[in-house]
Design a protein around this ligand. Structure first.
Ligand code: ZN
Ligand code: ZN
Length: 367
């Protein structure tokens, strides 16, 4: 953890910060190892004094003493954490002037910021500094990659078991519940998001909620699911043919999405920007006349959060680098007919990409 604190302090120094308020569960967890839901860390940015103050509330004192290393001065607040509680434990500053204190303007609410101002406004100059932790979190260490890989394998095994019980004749909601329970039974601590099970024309809704609708033979069924293991998420999508080969129009859409997905996967390596990888898939889909039916980005980072940096979309300005874990998930959605999405989770390697999912991408007919 101290290595992470040092890298974060270095990033904060580049912004001329003296202290950095780290709030938000995934960021606090990444930095300190604390897995509870209520804590704020105040990182000292000076190169000669890494670490800082870790503030939690009564409910988590024991947990913090077990999880958070002594690099952090662990304190218990008696009042609201992002507010008077922070004021109780804000580090004494003996430098010239007020310390420049970065806060996470992407996560701290307007109300919390008001309370923080009331608590420490006369002792600190508050500076918006969102994204510092997130940028470091984009690069996973080998332990993080192993957990994500394990979560992906677990999710694959769970879906394989569920498919063995069949798709045709069950409702989307039944499949979704079966999948959730099976993921947990295989050892995941949670699902990484509520699974999407979308059959037939409903597949044209990229984030469809499973319905009490029976899956009919001959339709396509899109399943997007993931497992969470030790805090880390997996994310995968496959589109199946229920009971029989689909019609020629659906088959053509499937082949197009698969071609785009394989081309984009082959383009993943250190160097290209997220938007350049997005363009590889988007150009293929657009050339086939379906550009308007691919309305979302190609992919996203995955880690402690199911959606995190870097963006692999038209807005992706981050260059891919080894140890990033990202998805590649083009989709084509034809209103009133069907939707197809194929998603793999990969880790960027020195020379390309290592796909963490094990399920085939060729169209499978599932009874
Ligand atoms: Zn997904
Ligand atoms: Zn995804």
């Amino acid at each position: 953890m101290s290595e992470r604190a040092e890298r974060l302090a270095a990033a904060a120094r580049e912004r001329d910060l003296d202290l950095l308020l780290v709030s938000g569960e995934p960021n606090v967890r990444w930095l300190t190892g604390f897995t509870g839901s209520s804590a704020v860390a105040v990182l000292r940015v000076a190169a000669d004094a890494p670490g800082g103050v870790f503030v939690t509330d009564f409910r988590y004192v024991t947990q913090a003493s077990e999880q958070v290393p002594p690099l952090w001065d662990r304190r218990q607040a008696t009042q609201e954490l992002l507010g008077a509680g922070l004021g109780e434990h804000f580090p004494v500053w003996d430098g010239p002037g007020l310390p420049r204190v970065g806060f996470d303007d992407a996560r701290v609410t307007v109300a919390e910021l008001e309370r923080v101002r009331d608590a420490i406004g006369d002792r600190a100059e508050l500076v918006p500094a969102a994204g510092l932790v997130e940028r470091l979190r984009e690069l996973k260490d080998s332990g993080e990659v192993s957990r994500i890989r394990e979560a992906a394998h677990l999710a694959d095994h769970a879906l394989t078991e569920v498919l063995g019980r069949g798709l045709v004749g069950r409702t989307e909601a039944q499949i979704g519940l079966d999948l959730e329970v099976t993921i947990r039974r295989h050892g995941a601590e949670a699902i990484s998001f509520p699974p999407i099970i979308a059959s037939g024309a409903h597949g044209a809704l990229p984030h469809a909620v499973p319905r009490a609708t029976v899956i009919e033979p001959g339709v396509l069924v899109t399943i997007d699911w993931g497992a969470q293991l030790d805090g880390y998420c997996s994310d995968c999508t496959r589109t199946f043919a229920a009971g029989a080969e689909p019609g020629p129009e659906e088959r053509a859409i499937y082949d197009l999405v698969l071609e785009a997905q394989q081309a984009a996967l082959a383009a993943v390596r250190p160097g290209p920007l997220g938007r350049e990888i997005d363009a590889v898939a988007r150009d293929i889909i657009t050339a086939a006349g379906h550009g308007e039916h691919f309305g979302h980005g190609l992919g996203h980072g995955v880690g402690l959060e199911i959606h995190e940096g870097p963006r692999i979309s038209r807005l992706g300005e981050t260059a891919l680098a080894p140890q990033m874990t990202v998805t590649v998930e083009p989709g084509v959605y034809i209103p009133g007919l069907c939707g197809v999405r194929i998603e793999d989770l990969v880790v960027v390697t020195e020379t390309g990409a290592d796909v963490l999912n094990t399920l085939p991408t060729a169209l499978q007919v599932v009874d």
